[in-house]
Design a protein. Structure first.
Length: 135
């Protein structure tokens, strides 16, 4: 596959396969989903930033994480410009991906009644993100 030249964070399928674990590859590059309640960050609330597990771009601040009870890490807001939204082909859900590398994060839902500033729920696979504590 020829490089699109859009971003240095874009890689070919073979390159991703080489740098990601099989589970990361399945979720980030094949739009898979981890089993609910199993993710490393499902009930984790440290202070810091969550970066893309694929390319390291900062995606979410820990201050925007909340307990949705859905079984996956939930955030009410991404860092500006970090998250790309694409409606699923069936038009029922909106996929969220890392804007830098295109890695699949999960889906975003709106208007569910959560008491957050945005009333949005970014439902993100723990496998797709990597937490860095604030120093
Ligand atoms: Zn990324």
């Amino acid at each position: 596959m020829a490089s699109s030249g859009v971003s240095s964070k874009q890689r070919s399928e073979e390159e991703w396969r080489a740098v990601l674990s099989p589970e990361q590859f399945r979720i980030l590059r094949r739009k898979g989903t981890e089993l609910p309640g199993t993710g490393e960050y499902n009930k984790f609330y440290g202070d810091g930033v969550y970066n893309c597990a694929g390319c390291g771009t900062p995606l979410y601040k820990s201050t925007t994480k909340f307990d949705s009870g859905c079984g996956w890490p939930a955030f009410f807001e991404g860092l500006p410009g970090a998250i790309k939204r694409t409606p699923d082909p069936d038009g029922r859900r909106v996929e969220i991906t890392c804007a830098a590398c295109g890695g699949h994060l999960g889906h975003v839902f709106k208007g569910e009644g959560f008491k957050t500033p945005t009333d949005e729920r970014h439902c993100v696979n723990s496998v797709s993100i990597k937490f860095t504590p604030s120093s």
